[in-house]
Structure formats: C-alpha cells, structure tokens
Design a protein around this ligand. Structure first.
Ligand SMILES: [Zn+2]
Length: 436
C-alpha cells in the first residue's frame, strides 16, 4: 500500500489503518435514477450498470481498475517539506518570457489560474519554472501533464535538469517505472484520475491536443486532482473556441506572440488547386504541386501534409515517378519505422517527406518548408493549420522557409488560421516596438 501514497485508490474495506489517517469518500454517489462515478465524473442510468450482487460499477473508467458503489476512494495526503533553491537550466529567459513568467507567479500567489497562449517555438516550458519553484517553496506538490505521451517524455528530462533537488517521476499508461510518491509528477492527463486534491499546481501542456480537448472525464479528473487552494496553468499555441469559452472570466489569458528568436511567424500562402485530391492520377493535375516542390527543394527540405494515409502514399509514388533523383519517403501513425524516419528527416536526409497529422505538432525540423495538400479538408482544423505552419522557422539560421496551403474551397478554418497568425505577428511587432 505504501507505493500508493499521495494518490487515490479504491477499497472495499473501510477500516484502513496504515500510517496517517486516510481520507476516504464513497466511490459512487446516487442521484435519483442515476449513479455518478466520483473518479471520472460520468453519470450512468442505474439499471445499465448494476451488478448481480446489487451494487453498481462504472464502465467508463474501468480500464483504471473497477470501482463499485459499495466501496470507497481512499487517499493518504502528506505534507511536503518546502525547499528553497536556485533553478538550474542552461538557457536564459528573454525579457518577454520573463514578463510572462512573473505574471504567472503573481497569478499563482493569488490562486488565479492562467492560460499561456503562446506561439509555436516560443519556449513556453521555461516560462513555468519560476511558478513551479514558488509552489514548491510553499510546500506544494506539482503535476505537469499533457494529453500527449511524446510531450511528457520530452518534458521530463528538462524538468529533472531544472529541478535536480526534487524527486520527480514520469508516469503514463505503460510507463516502465511504477508509481511512487514524488514532489513533481510528469504524466499524461489520464493519470490524473488516480489523484484527489493532490496538487497545488497543475500545468497542462498542449491543452488543446487530442484526447484531452473536449473530454469531460479527463477534465473532471484534472479538477479532482487539484488541491482546493491550488491553481492551473494551461499552455497552448492554439486554444480552441470551446476552451476559451470555458475559461472566460475564470482564467487570466496571457498571450506570448514572440518566438524565442523573435522573428515573426511565417504567414501561410493560400493557393487554389482544384485537383489536389486526384493529383496523383494525371501528370497535368500533379503539375501545380510539382512546380512548387521543384522550387522549394532547391533551398530546403519539404514536409507535405496530406489528409489521409492513402492519399499520402499515392502522392509519394506519383512524385517519385516524376522526380526519381529525389530521396522521398512518407510517414504516418501506422508506420513501424516512424521514429527512424523522423530522426532521418531531422538530419536532412530527405528532399520531400509526405506525412499525415502525426507531425502536426511536437517536432522541430530545421531548414524546412511546409505544404498542406488540401487545407480545405475537414481534418485540417484551424488549430491543426496553425500548428503545421508553426513547424517552419522554429530555430536555426535558415529563415527562407515557406508555408503553402493548397485548397479547392476556402474554408473558415483556413481563413481563421491565417488571421490568427497575422494577429499574433501584429501583437509581436507592438511588443518589440514598446521594448525599443
Ligand atoms: Zn468512472
């Protein structure tokens, strides 16, 4: 039981007597004809979830272990020792990052939650370090979570490096290390269902990403895991309308329009292309894409985003037939060599890499231009388009990267994505002018 310290677990036996007193509460609560799970918040019609022995269970969160209405959710909370130490990390904050960082600490002192709406490539992780230190100094426990495992994996070593005095743990569904009590937890948003009033600060990175966005259970888990006097920090480059609506009046919204290198975001060029979806069928239909690729590969490597795996493969073959000397490949979520290919792409091995939404976010390439084939397709939401455009000019000395959106019909998502990028650039210009 000791390795459960600091997180909630389900028991049928109410007479727990190990260590400090345990807080417990019923695992499920009856509300008339319905029964509500206290771990994931989902509500069920009683007869549909009744077991032969008469009690009820929750099918929604059963993959975290079955909980039933005759048991309790139990947690052993512990007071943490406060620490005072310097943050160690190799970089320094720009004056603009510093400004956001200070506002976050001030908000946290007032127990006010914040959304950092910060452009792709702005170095948002570094801006939360000072708040983490503040919360730890007060003896609070911190969770840094994301819907995406790859984001968690990338965050973990950076947090360890910045907070070497702290015990930290990386936790996700199939993580190799089992749970243990730590002052800082880095985890997927799903893992928060195992906690109750446990963290004084929860940072949610890429809050707009699948599967957290719009998932009521995960949101319930997040609020359950937050201590009563705790606060939240959401980080996102592309918050959805739904999220902005949800936090309106409750969260402070801090916009960070400047990338770390302080160059503006690359504004996408929308180009009309009526035959993009059939382009692989006829040379004539392929020409518009091919002409742009021929121009772009002269200066950098090109990522071509396609709305489906099938189209991605057809296009890969069609372009290869025309340009046999180019090293071309494709990568999707179903590709076993996905990691190796992304690594090779980082080393500038390919001329053209066809891909799907998997490379939409979380990856940084240098010397790259981006083409979206069919920006008008519904898979390309406004957020996806802003993220994809954000792959270009993230770092390095090369600044000639381009973003091209091929479309057959101009969509609201495309229009809004370009508008949002322009607005952020405008805000960035005003910040830079103020600074001078
Ligand atoms: Zn449940």
């Amino acid at each position: 039981m000791t390795n459960q310290k600091g997180r909630q677990f389900f028991v049928l036996d109410e007479t727990m007597s190990i260590g400090k007193p345990f807080d417990s509460r019923p695992a499920m609560l009856e509300q008339g004809k319905r029964i509500v799970c206290q771990r994931c918040g989902s509500s069920h019609h009683k007869p549909s979830v009744q077991l032969p022995i008469g009690c009820y269970y929750c099918p929604t969160c059963i993959r975290y272990g079955r909980i039933t209405s005759d048991g309790q959710l139990v947690i052993q909370q512990t007071d943490l020792p406060a620490f005072d130490y310097k943050i160690v990390w190799p970089g320094v904050l720009t004056s603009f990052q510093q400004k956001i960082s200070q506002q976050l600490v001030a908000n946290c002192r007032q127990k006010k939650s914040s959304l950092v709406w910060s452009v792709t490539g702005s170095g948002k992780t570094e801006m939360i370090f000072e708040t983490i230190r503040h919360v730890r100094q007060e003896g609070g426990r911190v969770a840094i979570v994301s819907p995406r495992i790859d984001v968690c994996r990338e965050l973990f070593p950076r947090i360890q490096q910045a907070f070497p005095q702290e015990e930290s743990l990386l936790l996700y569904g199939k993580s190799e290390e089992p749970y243990r009590y730590t002052t800082i937890l880095i985890a997927t948003t799903h893992q928060l269902l195992h906690f109750y009033r446990s963290f004084q600060l929860i940072v949610v990175d890429e809050v707009d990403a699948f599967p957290y966005e719009g998932d009521a259970q995960l949101r319930y888990g997040l609020y359950n895991a937050l201590a009563e006097n705790g606060c939240l920090i959401y980080l996102s480059a592309t918050p959805s309308e739904r999220l902005l609506q949800e936090i309106r009046g409750k969260f402070a919204v801090l916009k960070m329009p400047l990338r770390f290198h302080q160059r503006p975001l690359i504004v996408p060029k929308p180009i009309h292309y009526s035959r993009w979806a059939q382009a692989y069928r006829k040379k004539r239909w392929l020409r518009p894409l091919l002409q742009h690729l021929q121009r772009l590969v002269k200066k950098n490597f090109v990522l071509v985003f396609c709305p489906s795996i099938q189209l991605m493969k057809e296009m890969e073959w069609a372009v290869r037939r025309q340009e046999a000397s180019w090293l071309i490949t494709s990568v999707s979520s179903q590709d076993e060599k996905r990691m190796e290919k992304v690594q090779s792409a980082r080393s500038q091995v390919y001329k053209v890499l066809f891909t799907t939404m998997i490379l939409e976010r979380g990856v940084t390439f240098e010397n790259v231009s981006v083409v979206v084939l069919g920006a008008s397709h519904p898979v390309f939401t406004k957020s996806a388009l802003v993220q994809i455009a954000g792959r270009v000019d993230r770092k390095g000395a090369f600044t000639e990267g381009e973003v091209i959106f091929f479309y057959d019909q101009m969509t609201e998502a495309t229009r809004q994505a370009i508008k949002e990028i322009n607005e952020m650039n405008q805000l960035a210009r005003s910040w830079l002018t103020d600074e001078v």
